[in-house]
Design a protein around this ligand. Structure first.
Ligand code: ACO
Length: 328
């Protein structure tokens, strides 16, 4: 069976207006701007307004992606929302969004792979298009991490922000589009990064609230070590599958968790910082949204041109990782 080449037809991003600065965090927990910037590279992050849930962020990003792709919502065949902060356990955020957009013929589902979710979503959706099952898919990475962040825990609250990034994918000319995907998981690392409350193991109760189980728990140093190891390996593997070398990379779009993790990936890939999209100083770690927001912003800023070879790479809770080579 001949596969159809699949690529990005249009991208869009949305971040809420409200900015939470390091200075403001200094008034909330025992931390300081110098520590946060030197240990993470983050200066500020965006926080959703009270009336906004993840589907609202998705809608804003999706509308820009559709406009840039030159299609309308009713042409979409599929919507995948990668998120760990759905509006509610069910219906899925993708279904809520489908209704908001009026994407009447689109199948819709959520995907849970934490910060790797957007790449997992791209891999899934591109198969439907490559095989001719569907023509257009909307893939979104979106999270409202502020809703599951403990703002009394200085180990985590300095890191996270809210946002959404969306792409419309579809058929592209031969030689362009996604050239490889590398996905992986290591469930033994699950306990390092988790939110235990509110699921079938620990249904919401006064006890789960007292134990603060509805907030992110993270063993930061262990996750850091995993990230440093896996980012380079996953990117290498995606390049190998695409038949490309490190030198071929025009732009690296990494998950925006920590500047030190990004710098270590750059050194493993022998790349200079000017070949890397970095915006975590403005947005912090937005989980599934980080990579698509960075991708949409790179496109907005004219940092990618036709034929450029991009490597998207991320890691996250699960533990999971994902990488892809994309010819723009
Ligand atoms: N301000 C000041 N001091 C702090 C802060 C803070 N905000 N946070 C921690 N510290 C202290 C610690 O308590 C510790 O003090 P101690 O030695 O007296 O105990 C000291 O700083 C050093 O702590 P470390 O954990 O060693 O700091 P590290 O260099 O590892 O940086 C960080 C911490 C930034 C969290 C880092 O480990 C990291 O980025 N880890 C990866 C995080 C990540 O990528 N997570 C992905 C999650 S995304 C998702 O799936 C939702």
């Amino acid at each position: 069976m001949k596969l159809i080449p699949v690529g990005v037809l249009g991208a869009g991003k949305y971040v809420p207006d409200r900015i939470l600065t390091n200075k403001e965090l200094e008034t909330m927990v025992d931390t300081n701007d110098e520590w946060i910037v030197s240990r993470t590279g983050i200066k500020e992050r965006r926080i959703a307004a009270d009336h906004q849930a993840t589907s609202d962020l998705c809608l804003e990003a999706a509308q820009i992606a559709l406009t840039n792709a030159g299609i309308t919502a009713d042409q979409l065949d599929l919507i995948i929302v990668a998120t760990v902060t759905p509006d509610m356990p069910f219906p899925s955020t993708a279904c809520i969004l489908q209704e908001k957009m009026g994407a009447k013929k689109a199948a819709a589902f959520d995907l849970s792979a934490a910060c790797s979710g957007f790449i997992y979503g791209l891999a899934n959706a591109s198969n439907f298009i490559a095989t001719g099952t569907y023509q257009y898919a909307l893939v979104i990475g979106a999270d409202c991490l502020s809703r599951i962040t403990d703002y009394t825990d200085r180990n985590t609250c300095i890191l996270f922000g809210d946002g959404a990034g969306a792409v419309v994918i579809g058929a592209v000319p031969e030689g362009r589009g996604f050239r490889s995907f590398e996905l992986g998981a290591d469930g033994t690392g699950g306990p390092l990064l988790k939110l235990e409350g509110g699921g079938s193991r620990n249904p919401a109760s006064p006890a789960t609230l007292d134990s603060r189980l509805h907030y992110i728990y993270m063993a930061g140093a262990e996750v850091f070590k995993f990230a440093v190891r896996i980012m380079g390996n996953a990117a290498d593997e995606a390049l190998r599958k695409a038949g490309m070398e490190k030198e071929d990379i025009d732009l690296l779009i990494p998950h925006q968790a920590n500047i030190r993790i990004i710098q270590s990936s750059l050194s493993k890939l022998h790349l200079n910082e000017d070949k890397c999209m970095i915006n975590l100083d403005k947005y912090g770690n937005m989980s599934a949204a980080s990579i698509p927001v960075a991708l949409a912003e790179a496109a907005e800023q004219g940092r990618v041109k036709e034929g450029d070879k991009l490597v998207l790479v991320g890691f996250g809770g699960g533990l999971t990782w994902g990488a892809s080579v994309l010819v723009w």
